[in-house]
Design a protein around this ligand. Sequence first.
Ligand code: ADP
Ligand code: MG
Length: 490
Amino acid sequence: MTAKLVQGYEVVIGFETHTQLSTQSKIFSRASVAFGAEPNTQACAVDMALPGTLPVMNIGAVERAIEFGLAVNAHIAERSIFARKNYFYPDLPKGYQISQFEIPVVQGGEVSFFMEEGNETVRKTVRLERAHLEEDAGKSLHEDFIGQSGIDLNRAGTPLLEIVTQPDMRSSDEAVAYAKELHKIVTWVGICDGNMQEGSFRCDANVSVRKPGGELGTRREIKNLNSFKFMQQAIDYEVRWQIDQIEDGYTIQQATVLFDPDTGETRAMRTKEDAADYRYFPDPDLPPLVIGRDWVERVRGEMAELPRVMAERFVREYALPEYDATQLTQSKAVASYFEAVAKACGQAKLASNWIMGEVSRRLNASEMGIEYAPVSAAQLAALIGRISDNTISNNAARQVFESLWNKEGPFGSEGDIDVLIETKGLKQMNDTGELEKIIDDVLAANPQNVEEFKAGNTKALNGLVGPIMKASKGKANPAQVNALLMKKLG
Ligand code: ADP
Ligand code: MG
């Protein structure tokens, strides 16, 4: 497949994502990580870097890193090393951040997702370079202070897993699809709450452009993108900006930039440091992190079914197309809703169609999770049952569904589907005698169509089906009408 070009340039994107791990306490201390406390009430002596304190590894953070590695099919290092990344900043009282450099805990792995391209659905795979454990820094506060800054160390020492991709993405659409998939994985596995407003899932997008087939261009890194919408806007702006620069004869300088949602522009924050500037070296306060294979296997055994494993099972057990299976495993809630409907009605593909169609459309429109859907899985299953036993047509089912969703008329249990069908008069005409009479009347009233059909003009049939459906007030089953017509017309 040829890559999409922007003004003749190929876009290259790699992501670094900081996910805040869902532990109760910090990565190297026992202070709480709860969000929103008064400044400096959740920073202990270790987080404040008081002399004589020592870091102690939080086993829960390691376990979450193992879970992530397993979820993306990565190698979990038997032995990884913590390193000091040295830099000065007021919110970093130690003067260095404890991170992992040369040997990270999670190595390799990949994230796959589907994308619509034209009218094709294509599977994309982004290779992961690594994921490493590190501590977050504190925060400088500027707003409530005049002529000075405040320092809040509550966030200092919060456990992070930084997930780094290879430069595999080729458009902002692909980048956003990757970020959404990664977000799904970490929240599904439960290693991160995924709250983007609170900064639990922050993405840095490295963006460069090049002429197709050329060397990789120089990248600029857009920091701290905390919404999918901003992510797309920021990358699109950055790509246009870089192309304009190059077209105007400038070269791109490697830099760290920020996206301003108010102007929709990216702005240089600082020129980019190289790894050498940080004077990385192994932290003598922390021994190597050793993860035995028995530990990895224990974690594997305790993990819930992963989205891609579940999707494969949906293909196998319910004979669903791969695309459906992936859509239905966007969240645990959607997946369990689907399974409840499919099991109750025994019609997995119909269940999938309804959930990906009528249900999703309404949930998206109201930005609501499926757990709040006004139509329960049992009700949808009952409704599907009434389509497949020919009680109602698809069209009628949509009317019933609409009423259920809007909580019109009787609702609550599956039984009420039948009450709704009855009160709305939506039952299909299944009495052949009654239908035959209607057909006979219509045939008698339209001798010309009958003649034309018998003379070989199959289109003349439409002129008969229409009046029949009308006479039955839309309640005739179209398949049955067709069958009876054919029989009567020979
Ligand atoms: P650093 O940690 O200094 O930011 P890395 O070399 O680890 O640098 O790369 C960080 C991210 O930048 C990775 O996701 C990588 O895929 C991406 N990247 C590297 N080179 C390019 C490039 N030329 N264009 C776009 N992204 C790139
Ligand atoms: Mg970086």
